[in-house]
Every structure is written in structure tokens, then in C-alpha cells.
Design a binder for this molecule. Structure first.
Ligand code: SAM
Ligand code: SF4
Length: 479
């Protein structure tokens, strides 16, 4: 399978992950819900908001869908494959519903928004369809569905940020958590369905973000990732700080980063995603000023060809992107940089593809999320351009991109040999309970033996790298 996606932002291993029952929850629930999440981290974060809304309504979580009164699928529309996976899953739930007709099935998220009531007509088993801005109405929709009516709310909002809802954390490691700081997107990249499924961009009140981060820190979390489709365009004007309505009270993304970093020097701060056109020197200097803001930027390139970038409506050229990468390395010399790449966008030639490979080399990415172009109905590209690169050519190009990234990741890890990193321990290594797994500031996974050190999950350790693979650094604790 070449539609490669791994890592923290869109983790393939987590696709379809079921919500864990609330850890240590002593409440007694008469009704149970089961939720599966697909797509990007924003969706996983939204599922935590949905869980919080349902918990208030007396629903307890279960990991066993057969005992659920309510099944929810939080869906993704970004590529066709994501939608096909959900459709397949829905047909599986049809069988369970046949045996248990009282069970309510709800489709949430981007696919709900894109297909709206078509879901009720085509997929006869669905009872509720809810778009990403309508989760507050879930209790009413559930009531309607329980009374035998089909219920839909796919209204998008210009204001909704769920700022006041304290998310119930998914089956987290208790060390790292995601905080949604904005919703929607105004960018209109021609290939992308997000502006249509998630609506206009809006920033969340910084006070509620800081409160959420503080609460997480008080509960023992040591790292927060600030999430948005385009975090660098975060902007909030705090009327309580500016009586004149001027700029004094404006909170930019750089300012917000600083506010979160100041909560505690032992709380790490990350963010995702940065659009290359919006990341500012203010953000870069703030990152270099605070040790606890991680030196890692996800800076999606999409294509290395200026001609294709123009068709994609990305608003930068290959030269402009290179200047941005150089600026990052100038201000934060040891910054990790990762990217998103799309192979085989409309009209892409071999020459355009070579431009992409060359840009990957010159940017020397530590890691990339790599996809082949998947036409999405309703997007600008679907309306304006022909999806004219043959499937086998797309796959061949994607393979070359994936192979090159493999070599770049290997080279990047090789350069870390002998270096010592401050590692936040996230838990046991997947392969052995005798080893810890954590991450460096640059977001690289480091595995090291526990030996006789008394470290615990959530501690920081200084680890010297003595070996590596393409995906992992291996080291030992430095006393
Ligand atoms: N907002 C982020 C940005 O602009 O970088 C990314 C959001 S999107 C959820 C994640 C990635 O999916 C994009 O960066 C792009 O590489 C990929 N993607 C989006 N639409 C796609 C499509 N139609 N076909 C293939 N990949 C797509
Ligand atoms: Fe999609 Fe572009 Fe917005 Fe990212 S910035 S969500 S790729 S429209």
C-alpha cells in the first residue's frame, strides 16, 4: 500500500481507533457509546469533544460495539480511500444493527458534511448525520433518532470553536495531548476538500487554550501540540485588553506560543500545521527563545514545481519555499522539518516530478507524509482541471518520493550519531518492556534501555545516540 501516512499528525496505525472507556471513571452509565475515528488529528481531537458532550448526557464509553446503544464514526474525506474505508465499515455495522434494531448509528465529521442527507438516503443504516460544527446538537439529534426519526445537522458555523468544552482525553499515554486552537480553513488549495467540510477559519479564545494547557499540565501531561489546519494564521483580538479596538490586545500565533510556553519550562509545546506562506519570523524567534518550544516544524511543500504549485493555489514558488527553509535553519539551526507531498497532481510532468524530488533533497526533510493525488468532488481542482496523470504513473512517482524520503530520513538520523538529546519519555518501546520510547525536541523517536535508572513515563532523560534505523534513533542514558 503506497498511500503512506505515519507519525503523529495522520497516524495510519490509529485509523479507525476505538475510544477507550474513561480511565478510572467511577460513574454508572445506563447507556453506552462506541466511537471510531478516522483522518487527521483534528478529527481525533473532535472525538474527545464529542465524548465530553455524550458523557454529560449520561453515556459511558465502550470499546465493544456489540454492547453499544450508540455507534459513532468520525469520518475523513481528504482522499477517496479514506471514504471507502468508512463505507466498508458502515456495511459491517449494518449487520450488527439488524440484530439490535434499537441501536443508533451516527456519522460525524468531514464525510457527513460532504455527503449530508445523501448518507441517510444511500446508506440506509445511518440514523444521524452531524457535521464538525454541530456536535453540540448531538443530544437533540440522538433523542430524535431514538424516537425513530432520521436526524441531520450539517450547518457550518463562523463562530463555533467548542472553547468551553473540556475534552475527555482519548486513551492517551498521559504524557502528550493535543489542543485544538482554531477550526476551518480559508486557504482554498485547489486539491483540498477541507474548506468545504470544515468551513471558514476561526480562532479560539486564547484564555480557554491556556486554561486547557494548564489543566493538562496539572494532571501530569508534559507536552501539548497546538492544532489547526493553518496555525500560523491564528489571530485573536482581546477586547478586554484593548479599549480602543487597536492592536494592543491582538494575540498572534507567536504570542500564543509564548503564552503556552510560559506555563512551565517543563511543559513541551509543539504545533501543527504551518502553511509556508504564513509562518513568520516572530514565530521562529519565539521558538528559539524558549527551550520548551520544540524545534520541529511541519511545513508541507505539496509539490516542488512552481507551475504545479500555482495550479494547486499554494501561493508560493519553489524559490520562495527554499528561502523559508533557509530562514528556519538560520534562526533555529537544529530544527527538524517535515513535509506533505502529493504525487501526480493534474498535468504533472516528469520534469515537475523531478523538481519535487530535488526540492525534497535540498530541504533535507527528516520525515514526510506522502500521498498520490486523489480527486475530491467539489474542489477547485475537480472543477477546473482534468485528473490526467495515469494511476500507474502516480504510483511510480509516489514510490520514488517514498524511497527518496527513506534515504533522507536515514541520512538525517545518521547525522545524529554521537549526539545527546533531551528525551521526553512517552512509555515502553513497542518491541520491549526493557526499553523506553520517547521523542527529541525535533520529534524523532528515540529508544533506549531502562537499565537501573529510575525513570518514569513523563520524565526527561538525556540520551546519547549510538545506533539508528531509518525510523528510529537508538541510544543510552547519559548520566
Ligand atoms: N492544512 C494542512 C496544510 O495545508 O499543510 C494540511 C491538511 S490536509 C488534512 C493533509 C494533507 O493531505 C495535505 O497537506 C495534502 O498533502 C494531503 N491532501 C489533501 N488533499 C489531498 C488530495 N485531494 N489528494 C491527495 N492528498 C491530499
Ligand atoms: Fe487544505 Fe490547503 Fe487548508 Fe491545508 S491549507 S487544509 S491543504 S486548503
Amino acid at each position: 500500500m503506497l498511500d503512506l501516512v505515519e507519525g503523529k499528525v495522520h497516524d495510519e496505525t490509529r485509523q479507525g481507533e476505538a475510544f477507550a472507556p474513561f480511565v478510572g471513571d467511577i460513574n454508572h452509565y445506563t447507556k453506552k457509546f462506541y466511537i471510531e475515528s478516522y483522518g487527521c488529528q483534528m478529527n481525533f481531537s473532535d472525538s474527545e469533544i464529542v465524548a465530553s458532550i455524550l458523557q454529560k448526557e449520561g453515556f459511558g464509553a465502550t470499546r465493544n460495539y456489540e454492547e453499544a446503544d450508540l455507534i459513532l464514526l468520525n469520518t475523513c474525506s481528504i482522499r477517496e480511500k479514506a471514504e471507502l474505508t468508512v463505507r466498508k465499515r458502515l456495511t459491517e455495522f449494518r449487520k450488527i444493527k439488524e440484530a439490535n434494531p434499537g441501536m443508533v448509528v451516527a456519522v460525524l465529521g468531514c464525510m457527513a458534511e460532504r455527503l449530508k442527507s445523501k448518507f441517510l438516503e444511500e446508506e440506509k443504516l445511518v440514523d444521524i448525520v452531524v457535521g464538525p460544527d454541530a456536535y453540540r446538537t448531538l443530544p437533540v439529534l440522538i433523542e430524535e433518532a431514538e424516537a425513530g426519526q432520521k436526524a441531520v445537522n450539517v450547518l457550518l458555523s463562523r463562530e463555533e470553536t467548542y472553547a468551553d468544552i473540556s475534552p475527555v482525553r482519548l486513551d492517551s499515554n498521559g504524557v502528550t495531548a493535543f489542543i485544538s486552537i482554531m477550526r476551518g480553513c480559508n486557504n482554498m488549495c485547489s486539491f483540498c476538500v477541507v474548506p468545504f467540510t470544515r468551513g471558514r477559519e476561526r480562532s479560539r479564545d486564547p484564555h480557554s487554550i491556556i486554561n486547557e494547557a494548564k489543566q493538562l499540565f496539572e494532571r501530569g501531561f508534559k507536552e501539548v501540540t497546538l492544532l489547526g489546519q493553518n496555525v500560523d494564521s491564528y489571530y485573536w483580538v482581546d477586547d478586554s485588553l484593548t479599549e480602543t479596538g487597536g492592536q494592543q490586545g491582538a494575540v498572534t500565533f507567536g504570542k500564543l506560543l509564548e503564552m503556552v510556553a510560559l506555563i512551565s519550562p517543563t511543559l513541551r509545546v509543539r504545533f501543527s500545521t504551518s502553511h509556508p506562506k504564513d509562518i513568520t519570523d516572530e514565530v521562529l524567534f519565539t521558538m528559539s527563545k524558549y527551550e520548551n518550544i520544540c524545534n520541529y516544524i511541519h511545513l508541507p511543500l505539496q509539490s516542488g514545481s512552481t507551475r504545479v504549485l500555482q495550479l494547486m493555489n499554494r501561493t508560493y514558488t519553489r524559490e520562495w519555499y527554499s528561502v523559508k527553509v533557509n530562514r528556519i535553519r538560520e534562526i533555529i539551526p537544529d530544527c527538524g522539518i517535515s513535509s506533505d507531498i502529493i504525487a501526480g497532481f493534474c498535468t504533472e510532468t516528469e520534469e515537475d516530478h523531478t523538481d519535487t524530488l530535488n526540492m525534497m533533497r535540498s530541504s533535507a526533510y527528516d520525515m514526510s507524509y506522502m500521498f498520490f493525488y486523489s480527486e475530491r468532488p467539489g474542489t477547485l481542482a475537480a472543477r477546473r482541471y482534468k485528473d490526467d496523470v495515469a494511476e500507474d504513473v502516480k504510483k511510480k512517482r509516489l514510490k520514488e518520493i517514498v524511497d527518496l524520503q527513506g534515504r533522507l530520513s536515514y541520512e538525517s538520523n545518521k547525522k545524529d550519531m554521537g549526539k545527546t538529546f533531551k528525551v521526553l519519555i512517552e512509555g515502553n518501546s513497542k518491541k520491549s518492556e526493557a526499553d523506553w520510547m520517547g521523542r527529541s525536541s525535533q520529534n524523532k523517536v528515540i529508544v533506549f534501555p531502562k537499565e537501573n535508572y529510575n525513570f518514569e513515563k513523563g520524565d526527561y532523560a538525556f540520551v546519547k545516540v549510538n545506533d539508528f534505523t531509518q525510523a528510529t534513533l537508538i541510544g543510552e542514558v547519559v548520566k
